[in-house]
Design a protein around this ligand. Structure first.
Ligand code: THU
Length: 131
C-alpha cells in the first residue's frame, strides 16, 4: 500500500501548491483503490488524494474498507507525515468503522505510523447518529 500511495504522487495535479499527496485505499473485497490530489484554479474545487480514492471506489459500488495509506510532501519529497484533512476524515467516517478502519501515514516503506479513524476523528459524527 505504501508503494502504491507513493506511486500515485506522480499523477498529482498540483500547479498551485506543488504539494503532492498519494493514497491507496484497501477495500474489504481485496481491491486497492488509488488516488492523488487534483487542484483547481478556483482553489475550492480541489480534491484531496484520499477522497479521490474513496470516490473512485464508491462510484464502482464498493463501500466497505479496511484501511488507507497516505503519503505527501512538497514536490513529492516525503520529509514529514501527511495527515488527512478534516473533510477527508469525515468522508472516511461515512463508510468506515472508526474503531476498525486503519490510517497508515508513511514517509517510506520503513517509516510509518498507524492510527484508527477514531484516533484521528474523536467524537466523530456519522451515519449511526442518524439511525
Ligand atoms: N491534500 C490532500 O490531498 N490530502 C489531505 O488530506 C490534505 C491536503 C492536498 C490538497 C492540496 O492539493 C494540497 O494537499 C495542499 O493543501
Amino acid at each position: 500500500m505504501i508503494d502504491q500511495a507513493i506511486r500515485q504522487m506522480d499523477f498529482s495535479y498540483v500547479p498551485y501548491s506543488r504539494f503532492r499527496v498519494g493514497a491507496a485505499l484497501l477495500a474489504k473485497n481485496g481491491k486497492l483503490y488509488t488516488g492523488c490530489n487534483i487542484e483547481n484554479a478556483a482553489y475550492t474545487p480541489t480534491n484531496c488524494a484520499e477522497r479521490t480514492a474513496f470516490f473512485k471506489a464508491v462510484s464502482e459500488g464498493v463501500t466497505e474498507f479496511d484501511g488507507i495509506c497516505v503519503v505527501g510532501g512538497k514536490d513529492g519529497v516525503l520529509t514529514d507525515y501527511a495527515s488527512p484533512c478534516g473533510v477527508c476524515r469525515q468522508v472516511m467516517m461515512e463508510f468506515c468503522d472508526p474503531d476498525e478502519f486503519q490510517i497508515i501515514l508513511a514517509k517510506s516503506r520503513q517509516e510509518y505510523k498507524i492510527y484508527t479513524l477514531r484516533e484521528l476523528l474523536p467524537q466523530g459524527f456519522g451515519p449511526a447518529d442518524l439511525a
